[in-house]
Design a binder for this molecule. Structure first.
Ligand code: G1P
Length: 297
C-alpha cells in the first residue's frame, strides 16, 4: 500500500506586491473572494483530499494568517449571546484542530523551491502536497483530491497541469511531455519560465503538487534558476534526471490566477455568480452595466 498523503505545505511568504497598497498591511492570502479569504479555499481543498497537517511557510507581516485560523473567543461569545448560530457555523470552518497547523518562517525570499525546503523537517520521510493559494480552482471534485486519487495508482511526483496559450507559457513552469495518456502525462523534462519560443509544450504547471521527500533533497542540490530564485520546478525535474517518475495531471476544474488583478476579479465574479444568495442581484447589475456600455457606444 502506498503511503497516504496527509501533510501539505502552503507557501505564503510572498510580499504580494502586485496588490499594493492593500498588501502593505494584510497578507495577500487574506484577501477575499466574496467573503472567504484565498487561504480558506486552499485549506478546504486540502481537507477534502485527506490532509491532516497544514504547514505554512510564512514571513514577516503574516500574523493575520495565524489569527485567522485561531479561535476568536470574544467574537464567538458575542455571536452566541445574540443567537447568531448561522454565523457561528461559518466560523467553525476556520478553526483548526489543535496542533494541526505549523508555521515556519522563510527568512529570505529565495524562491518557491527554497520556501518548500524550509519545511523539510516537518515533512520528514513522507510524501506531501504543496498548494499555492494564488491558484484558486473551482471544481466539482476538489483538485488535490483528484490528484491524490490518481497518485494512488502512479506514485512518483505529480504536478497539476493545464494547457495555456503558447504566448503565455513564459509565465509558468512548462512540461516536456514523454507520453500523453489523457488526464495523466508522463514528463521527461520541466522548464521554469521558458524564454518566448522555447517552451517545450503549452502544458503549464498549476499550483498543486504531490511530491516525495527526495524532491526536498534535490532542492538543496539545484542551483539558482529562473529569476535568480531556487525553483521547485528544477528540483522536480531533477527527479527525472535521476530516473524517477514525474507526472502531469490535467485536472477537471476552472483555474483562476488570483496572483494577478485580472484573475482575482474574474474569480470574484465567478464565485459571486455561483452563490445562491448573490446571483440574481449580481446578474441584474452586470446586465445593467453592459446595457449602459452598449448605449454609450
Ligand atoms: C509558480 C511556479 C510555476 C507555476 C506557477 C503556477 O510560479 O514556479 O512553475 O507554473 O506558480 O501558478 P509563480 O506564479 O509563483 O511565478
Amino acid at each position: 500500500m502506498r503511503r497516504k498523503v496527509t501533510k501539505a505545505i502552503f507557501p505564503v511568504a510572498g510580499l504580494g506586491t502586485r496588490f499594493l497598497p492593500a498588501t502593505k498591511s494584510i497578507p495577500k492570502e487574506i484577501m477575499t473572494l466574496v467573503d472567504r479569504p484565498l487561504i480558506q479555499y486552499a485549506i478546504d481543498e486540502a481537507r477534502a483530499a485527506g490532509i491532516k497537517e497544514f504547514i505554512f511557510v510564512t514571513s514577516r507581516g503574516k500574523g493575520a494568517l495565524e489569527d485567522y485560523f485561531d479561535i476568536n473567543p470574544t467574537l464567538e461569545a458575542s455571536l452566541r449571546r445574540s443567537g447568531k448560530d448561522d454565523l457561528l457555523e461559518i466560523l467553525k470552518n476556520t478553526n483548526m484542530e489543535s496542533g494541526a497547523i505549523a508555521y515556519i518562517r522563510q527568512h529570505k525570499a529565495l524562491g518557491l523551491g527554497h520556501a518548500v525546503w524550509c519545511a523539510r523537517r516537518l515533512i520528514a520521510n513522507e510524501p506531501f502536497a504543496v498548494i499555492l493559494p494564488d491558484d484558486v480552482i473551482a471544481a466539482e471534485t476538489p483538485v488535490l483530491q483528484q490528484m491524490v486519487e490518481a497518485y494512488e495508482d502512479t506514485g512518483g511526483a505529480m504536478v497539476a497541469a493545464m494547457e495555456v496559450p503558447k504566448d503565455k507559457a513564459s509565465a509558468y513552469g512548462v512540461l516536456d511531455v514523454a507520453e500523453d495518456m489523457g488526464a495523466l502525462v508522463r514528463v521527461k523534462g520541466m522548464v521554469e519560465k521558458p524564454k518566448p519560443g522555447e517552451a517545450p509544450s503549452n502544458l503549464a504547471v498549476i499550483g498543486r503538487y504531490i511530491l516525495t521527500p527526495k524532491v526536498l533533497q534535490n532542492i538543496s542540490k539545484v542551483r539558482t534558476g529562473a529569476g535568480g530564485e531556487i525553483q521547485l520546478t528544477d528540483a522536480i525535474a531533477e527527479e527525472i534526471v535521476e530516473g524517477r517518475d514525474v507526472f502531469g495531471y490535467r485536472f477537471r476544474g476552472q483555474r483562476f490566477d488570483c496572483g494577478s488583478k485580472a484573475g482575482f476579479l474574474q474569480a470574484t465574479v465567478a464565485f459571486a455568480l455561483a452563490r445562491d444568495d448573490l446571483r440574481d442581484e449580481f446578474i441584474d447589475y452586470i446586465e445593467e452595466l453592459l446595457a449602459l456600455r452598449k448605449a454609450a457606444q
